[in-house]
Ligand binder design. Structure first.
Ligand code: XMP
Length: 538
C-alpha cells in the first residue's frame, strides 16, 4: 500500500499531535466516510470517491455513531472485508449508526452487513463467485442511473444474501446472486460487486450517482479549495510560532513546505540536508526552486563528507540505512538547535502512510511497514507536528503542487528512497563509485524522459553492480564496471513488474552509458518482478 518513500513518524511518541486534537487539516464536511472492514480495496474506495470530487476519509469499521455525528458526513460507505457477517468476531459497525439516518452504500461484505444487521439473511454461497460477472439491472433509477442494463462487474464473495431486510427490494441480479444489488429506505444501497476496481467499468458512474443523487454531496474537492482550507488550517494552528521543515528534494516535502510558506511566510525555515547521495542536479534544483524562486528561508547543509565517512567500509544494506538515518538525525538536530526556538515541524506525510502507521485509526488494515525519516529525534526537541498532506493521496499531492505553481519536474519526480544512491551502489559507497552511478543514472532518466515514458513507469534508475567485466574499446581490452538498469511499473510499490520498455530505448541507454560514463563497459537490464525480487537491489 505504501508510497514507498520515507515518511510518517506518525507513530513516534515525540512527534504525535496532542492527544484528542481533531485533525486540523481534515475537511470531512460535505464528504463521506468509508468504514473499513478489512478490504484490500478500502483505500481505493476512498480514492475513487475523491476522484469524483467529493472528500472522503477512511475510518475504522467500529467508529462510534457519536464520532460520525461529530464529523457530519453526508453519507457512509461500508467497505468489503474478508470475514463472514454471521461468524463470531466478525467486524460490525456500531448499531447506533443505523439510527443516524444517513445514506449508506454497502459494498460486498458491507452489503452483507447491511442485510444482516437490518434483519435479512446471509448464508454461505454454494459456489464462490470470483472475477468478472454480468450484472442485470432491474431498476435503473438511483445508483444505476445512466448505466447500461447489462454491465460487467467484478465480484469476489463466498457468502450470499438470501433474504432482504424489511422495506428493501432487489434492484439487480447476476447469474449467481439473486440480490446482486438492493435498495432500502433512507438511501441505503447494497452492491455485491466492487465498483472501485477498474474491472467494473460502470463503477465510477455508480459511485458518482450515490454521492450526488443519494447523498447530495457537492463537488468541491478540488486542489484550489484544498489549498485555501489547508492554508487557513495551518495559520490557525501555527499562529505566530516558528516552523521547521526538512526538504528531501521529493515532491511531498516540497509541497508541504510550499503550503506552509503560503500560510505563514517567514515563520517557516526549511532545512535541506544534502547527503551527497542524491541524483545529478537534484540538490541544486531544490535550492533554486525553494530559495531563489519561492524565497523560502532555506538552510542548505552540505553534509556529503559526513555521510560518506559514516558509510566508509559498510557493505550491508541495512547497516547503510541505519548509518544514513542516524547521520541525518545528527545533522538535522544540530541545525534545529542552531535555529533556536522552534515550535512546529512540518512534514510531508501522506494519507497511505497514516493509514498504514496508525492501526489505531484503521484496526482492520494490515500493517505493512512504517518508514521513518525524522521519527527518531531526541526527546528534548519537542516540536508539534504539522502534516498538511496527511489526508492526501499521492496523485492529489501532485495536483496541489501544480496548483501551488511548483515546477512540473519537481511535482512529477519519481519516488526516490531516503538512503538515495547509497543503496544503488552495491557494496561499499565511495565518492568515485557514486560519480559513476550518478552519470549512468542521469542517462537512464534522460532517455526515459525523451521516450515519453517517465511518468508512465513507477521508477527508472541505474544500479552500479560490484561486478567488473571484460570489454573491448577501440583496439584495447577493458576491465570495467557493469551497470544495471531497473525500470518498473507499479501502483504502490508493494508489487511491481519490470517495464517492457522498447528495445530501442534500452539500446540508446546502453550505448550512451558505455560511451559517456568512464569506467563502465557493460549494461544489463533487470527483468525481475516484485515479488520475489524487490524494486531496489539493496
Ligand atoms: P523495495 O526495494 O522494497 O522498494 O521494493 C519499494 C519502494 O520503497 C523505496 N525504498 C525506500 N524508501 N527508504 C525509503 O525512503 C528506504 O530505505 C527504502 N528502500 C526502498 C523504493 O525506492 C521503492 O519505491
Amino acid at each position: 500500500m505504501g508510497t514507498g518513500v520515507a515518511q510518517s513518524p506518525a507513530s513516534s511518541p515525540v512527534l504525535r499531535p496532542a492527544a484528542g486534537a481533531p485533525p486540523p487539516e481534515s475537511a470531512a464536511q460535505d464528504g463521506v466516510l468509508v468504514l473499513d472492514f478489512g478490504s484490500q480495496y478500502a483505500q481505493l474506495i476512498a480514492r475513487r470517491v475523491r476522484e469524483a470530487r467529493v472528500y472522503s476519509e477512511l475510518v475504522p469499521g467500529n467508529i462510534s455513531a457519536e464520532e460520525i455525528r461529530r464529523r457530519a458526513p453526508r453519507g457512509l460507505i461500508f467497505s468489503g472485508g474478508p470475514a463472514s457477517v454471521y461468524e463470531e468476531g466478525a467486524p460490525h459497525p456500531d448499531p447506533a449508526i443505523y439510527d443516524l439516518g444517513l445514506p449508506i452504500l454497502g459494498i460486498c461484505y458491507g452489503m452483507q452487513l447491511l442485510a444482516h444487521d437490518l434483519g435479512g439473511v446471509v448464508e454461505p454461497a454454494s459456489r464462490r463467485e470470483y472475477g468478472a460477472a454480468q450484472l442485470d439491472i432491474d431498476d435503473p433509477a438511483g445508483i444505476f442511473e445512466g448505466i447500461p442494463s447489462e454491465t460487467a462487474v467484478w465480484m469476489s464473495h463466498g457468502d450470499i444474501i438470501t433474504g432482504l431486510p424489511e422495506g428493501f427490494r432487489p434492484i439487480a441480479h447476476s447469474l449467481n446472486s439473486p440480490y446482486a444489488a438492493f435498495a432500502g429506505p433512507l438511501g441505503r444501497f447494497g452492491i455485491q460487486f466492487h465498483p472501485e476496481v477498474v474491472h467494473t467499468p460502470a463503477g465510477k458512474q455508480l459511485l458518482a450517482n450515490f454521492l450526488t443523487r443519494v447523498c447530495e454531496c457537492s463537488l468541491t474537492w478540488e486542489p484550489a479549495a484544498f489549498v485555501q482550507r489547508a492554508v487557513a488550517d495551518i495559520r490557525a494552528r501555527v499562529g505566530s510560532g516558528r516552523i521547521l521543515c526538512a526538504l528531501s528534494g521529493g515532491v511531498d516535502s516540497a509541497v508541504a513546505a510550499t503550503l506552509v510558506h503560503r500560510a505563514v511566510g517567514d515563520q517557516l525555515t526549511c532545512v535541506f540536508v544534502d547527503n551527497g547521495l542524491l541524483r545529478r542536479d537534484e540538490g541544486r534544483r531544490v535550492v533554486e526552486v525553494m530559495s531563489h524562486q519561492r524565497h523560502i528561508n532555506l538552510v542548505h547543509v552540505d553534509a556529503a563528507d559526513r555521510f560518506l565517512t559514516a558509510l566508509a567500509g559498510v557493505t550491508d544494506p541495512e547497516e547503510k540505512r541505519r548509518r544514513i538515518g542516524r547521520t541525518f538525525i545528527e545533522v538535522f538536530e544540530t541545525e534545529a538547535r542552531r535555529l533556536g526556538d522552534i515550535d512546529f515541524l512540518a512534514q510531508g506525510t501522506l494519507y497511505p502512510d497514516v493509514i498504514e502507521s496508525t492501526s489505531r485509526e484503521t484496526p482492520n488494515a494490515r500493517t505493512i511497514k512504517t518508514h521513518h525519516n525524522v521519527g527518531g529525534l531526541p526527546a528534548d526537541l519537542r516540536f508539534q507536528l504539522v502534516e498538511p498532506l496527511r489526508y492526501l493521496f499521492k496523485d492529489e499531492v501532485r495536483r496541489v503542487g501544480i496548483e501551488l505553481g511548483l515546477p512540473e519536474d519537481m511535482v512529477w519526480r519519481q519516488p526516490f528512497p531516503g538512503p538515495g544512491l547509497a543503496i544503488r551502489v552495491i557494496g561499499e559507497v565511495t565518492r568515485e563509485r557514486l560519480e559513476v552511478l550518478r552519470a549512468a543514472d542521469w542517462v537512464v532518466i534522460d532517455e526515459i524522459k525523451r521516450s515519453g515514458l517517465y511518468r508512465k513507469v513507477w521508477q527508472s534508475f541505474a544500479i552500479l553492480t560490484p561486478i567488473s567485466s571484460v570489454g573491448v574499446m577501440g583496439d584495447g581490452r577493458t576491465y570495467a564496471n557493469v551497470v544495471a538498469i531497473r525500470i518498473v511499473e507499479s501502483d504502490d510499490a508493494m508489487t511491481a513488474d519490470w517495464a517492457r520498455v522498447p528495445y530501442e530505448v534500452l539500446g540508446l541507454m546502453s550505448r550512451r552509458i558505455v560511451n559517456e560514463v568512464a569506467g563502465v563497459n557493460r549494461v544489463v537490464y533487470d527483468i525481475s518482478s516484485k515479488p520475489p525480487s524487490t524494486i531496489e537491489w539493496e
